[in-house]
Design a protein around this ligand. Structure first.
Ligand SMILES: [Zn+2]
Length: 204
């Protein structure tokens, strides 16, 4: 599967120094079934909420994030994730040879068997634009768990066909990581869904 990878337009006035340092006023809460409340930049939050609503309506699934920290991610949190996954000296027993990156002038090497993550200060999670999508699903025994976004072919095909119309695209080969790319603009599909909600007595 080839993912649709499109460049991000940042919201007006966003600068790299603000990455991971947004205030609560610059963010909007998003409900993440099974996990609680995360937050995203408002246009991304509106797009995600509309996407989750339509996925529920069309597929009867509950979209969520892999954790609340996988929506907006403060700088300190990105540092913690980065330091879990990368080490600042190369050890061929534990490091890959294919992913190293410079942070604060030092080269860091990715551990084997962990997912890549952005250098602190560069992640779209730090702008509140990225969400690591997942499904809050039930086992045949009725136990709830966080299911990978590609695990159910029906859900994954729906994501492939629909996320771009909500203003999201992928960033890399990581299928769970989508980010809102339209800056301060929300897509017409999101506006249409919000209009439907408000004209039917709902609030957004
Ligand atoms: Zn991510």
């Amino acid at each position: 599967v080839t993912l649709t990878v499109l460049p991000v337009t940042l919201p007006a006035g966003f600068k790299p120094a603000m990455n991971g340092k947004l205030t609560a006023c610059q963010l909007k809460p998003v409900f993440l079934p099974g996990h609680g409340m995360g937050s995203l930049f408002p246009t991304a939050a509106r797009a995600w909420s509309a996407l989750a609503l339509i996925a529920h309506s069309e597929l009867n699934v509950q979209l969520t994030a892999t954790s609340v920290a996988d929506t907006y991610r403060p700088y300190e949190n990105q540092v913690a994730v980065f330091q879990q996954r990368y080490v600042n000296w190369f050890n061929p027993l534990i490091c890959t040879t294919t992913d190293s990156r410079v942070w604060n002038g030092v080269r860091w090497y990715k551990r084997r068997n962990v997912a890549a993550c952005a250098t602190p200060g560069t992640s779209n999670h730090g702008y509140g634009l990225a969400i690591d999508s997942a499904v809050w699903a039930q086992t045949p025994n009725g136990n709830w768990y966080t299911q990978g976004i590609t695990a159910d072919p029906k859900v994954w095909a729906w994501m492939l066909a629909n996320v771009t119309s909500f203003g999201f695209s992928w960033e890399s080969s990581e299928p769970w990581h989508i980010r809102h790319i339209w800056g301060d603009t929300v897509s017409q599909r999101v506006k249409d869904i919000e209009l439907w909600i408000t004209t039917h007595g709902g609030t957004i």
